[in-house]
Design a protein around this ligand. Structure first.
Ligand code: AP5
Ligand code: MG
Length: 225
């Protein structure tokens, strides 16, 4: 049966960084709603234009288009063994839609690592983040610098700072997170799926904690949804 892992946590806590490492280790697909929107913006699609109008303000893209985009993505063959979901779901409606679509695929949300850190840490991480134009590889000028400033180690493309990492936009993204996404913590906790991870550690320590918590849960029968 496919494995579905939902990475939950505020903006800049390290979901994308950890999702890449987990996907490699566990041989699962990495699906990031934010990356999918940025790809659409780059390709100037209608969805990209719509998403940009929300993302630039630090608001959430409407549920219906976000759900449809994720549904299409996780139906693809590379997701057959399972998926690390990064940034989705982000509202109760998205969580319900995910449960319904996974039930259709014969699966369920297996585990929800909830990565936390203080607002100060989130601001420091987003303000120093640099992402690659070609494929979205993520760096930090202090904590994970590229070998050569401004150039991606992996594919040599240019590094840029995300428009929504401006201080005021990050503040709004954090506010939106508390208002609209935090209810999911209670939802997944009640289902027995939530594991809390301290995100205010080195990247290596966070990865080690994530892998340890997933192993523990593997041995525990999951309650039926
Ligand atoms: P999205 O792209 O998902 O942004 P986010 O959730 O706000 O999270 P980030 O990508 O900013 O942070 P992250 O947790 O991935 O951290 P990262 O690993 O990069 O969404 C953007 C926008 O798209 C939303 O605002 C919304 O408009 C829209 N959207 C997306 N999904 C949606 C949905 N489901 N519904 C509606 N709208 C949606 O790390 C951050 C930095 O810290 C990096 O520089 C990294 O190198 C560094 N770092 C990571 N870990 C560590 C560590 N342990 N120590 C030190 N530095 C670290
Ligand atoms: Mg991310």
């Amino acid at each position: 049966m496919a494995t579905y892992i939902v990475l939950l946590g505020p903006p800049g806590v390290g979901k994308g960084t950890q999702a890449v490492l987990l996907a490699q280790t566990l041989q699962l697909a990495h699906v990031s709603s934010g990356d999918l929107f940025r790809e659409n913006i780059k390709n100037q699609t209608e969805l990209g234009k719509l998403a940009k109008s929300y993302m630039d303000k630090g608001e959430l893209v409407p549920d219906d288009v976000t759900i449809a985009m994720i549904r299409e993505r996780i139906s693809r063959p590379d997701c057959q063994a399972g998926v690390i979901l990064d940034g989705f779901p982000r509202t109760p409606k998205q969580a319900d839609a995910l449960d319904a679509m996974l039930a259709e695929f014969g699966g369920q949300v297996n585990v929800v690592p909830y990565i936390t850190a203080s607002e100060e840490v989130l601001v420091e991480r987003t303000s120093g983040r640099w992402s690659c134009r070609a494929q979205g590889h993520v760096y930090h000028e202090k904590f994970n610098p590229p070998k050569q400033a401004g150039v991606c180690d992996v594919d040599g493309s240019e590094l840029y700072q995300r428009d929504d990492d401006k201080k005021e936009t990050v503040a709004n993204r954090i506010r939106v997170y508390f208002e609209q996404t935090l209810p999911l913590v209670g939802y997944y906790r009640e289902l027995g799926r939530l594991v809390e991870i301290n995100g205010a550690q080195t990247m290596e320590q966070v990865t080690a904690d994530l892998l340890a918590s997933l192993k523990k849960l593997d041995k525990r029968p999951l309650s039926p949804s």
